[in-house]
Design a protein around this ligand. Structure first.
Ligand code: NAD
Length: 329
């Protein structure tokens, strides 16, 4: 029989219940139980999923080798610290922590205890993005919009750390160059914190990313547009649709091209534009992310987003947020 990872979920609120539910179905994962500081919630989910709930985090830690931490961001540092100090692998929901110092501390601690930190930057597993894995993505300009209706959940951190961080992580995975400059603005609408933010990131290699995030919207939007030499890619993360427009030179008209004239190459060849809509698999991103974690614990895969990558995204997010606060002063 192949090795099983004994795992527990800490925090079974809105998202944690989905972690627990998926972990009951993932091969090589043995969901031993859950813990939530809200005992009533723990009992409710325990009954719903037919899994054990533990009366203390310590008790759960004694029975597992790995944890999924799905508590509010403000608690990630302390909860992860307790797990890592007991030698347990941790999957921490995004953002890794609310400060870069805390993220660095957890990364060092995990190194000392020889355990994995994986962080829940789930968009990396979005099937619409994975459908583009054959493309060489090297964007010169990125435009992103992420909007969500207002909810009190997640407001323990500003919108940059709650929503924009998803896009920051994606952008850092696409653009392989250090950040050069950040311009950012934002406003408070519903909370005492920043609820709508816009940031422009300029990279050393000249690439630019323009990101808008709002948690005060009527409808949910999660769209990215990327422009690079001879390529324009759009991804609708919510609808699960990717579209690709490629410009290619040709000596004669190709009937598959969606547009030809008046684009002309330097050598006089007609440029034609081709459209592609890659097939997007109907996979659940959270399940794929947790499968990656289980395989990482078993030493069969590397975490798609490790503590270091998550800390980098957090670092940029906090710089953006600081710029916004500076501007509001
Ligand atoms: P939530 O408030 O619905 O649930 C949090 C749960 O944790 C609650 O049941 C609460 O009782 C419990 N809890 C709080 N402190 C605890 C502690 N110290 N020990 C044990 N349990 C504790 O929040 P949520 O929306 O599920 O968000 C949880 C985390 O997931 C946040 O970090 C959030 O940023 C992240 N999140 C990520 C995504 C994503 O797309 N990857 C989406 C939503 C939330």
């Amino acid at each position: 029989m192949s090795k099983q990872v004994n795992i527990g979920v800490i925090g079974v609120g809105h998202l944690g219940v989905h972690h627990a539910s998926h972990l009951t179905k993932i091969k090589n994962a043995n969901l031993v139980g859950i813990f939530d500081s809200d005992m009533q919630r723990a009992e409710e989910i325990s009954k719903k999923l037919n899994i054990k709930h533990f009366s203390s985090m310590d008790r759960l830690l004694k029975s597992v080798e790995a944890l999924s931490i799905v508590t509010p961001t403000s608690t990630h540092r302390d909860v992860a610290e307790a797990c890592i100090k007991k030698g347990k692998h941790v999957f921490i929901e995004k953002p890794i922590t609310s400060s870069v110092v805390d993220a660095a501390y957890l990364i060092d601690l995990a190194k000392t205890h020889n355990v994995i930190i994986q962080v829940g930057h789930i968009e990396r597993f979005n099937p619409a993005l994975l459908a583009l894995s054959d493309l060489e993505i090297d964007p010169k300009y990125i435009e992103v919009h992420r909007m969500a209706p207002f909810m009190s959940r997640g407001t323990d951190v500003p919108v940059v750390l709650d929503l924009m961080i998803h896009d920051i992580d994606l952008i850092l995975s696409f653009i392989n160059s250090p950040v050069k400059e950040i311009y950012a603005n934002g406003v408070s609408i519903m909370t005492s914190s920043v609820d709508i933010a816009n940031a422009r990131i300029k990279f050393e290699n000249g690439s630019i990313a323009n990101i808008t995030s709002s948690r005060v919207a009527k409808d949910r939007v999660r769209k990215i547009k990327m422009f690079q030499q001879d390529l324009y890619v759009t991804i609708d993360f919510l609808a699960g649709i990717s579209e690709v427009y490629k410009a290619m030179g040709a000596s004669q008209d190709d009937p598959d091209a969606i547009m030809s004239a008046p684009l002309v190459d330097a050598d006089g060849k007609r440029r034609q534009i081709f459209y592609e809509k890659p097939v997007v698999k109907n996979n659940d991103a959270l399940k794929a992310e947790l499968k990656n974690y289980i395989k990482a614990v078993l030493g069969k895969e590397k975490p798609m987003v490790d503590g270091f990558a998550a800390k980098q995204a957090l670092d940029v997010a906090i710089k953006i947020h600081d710029k916004i606060l500076e501007d509001l002063r």
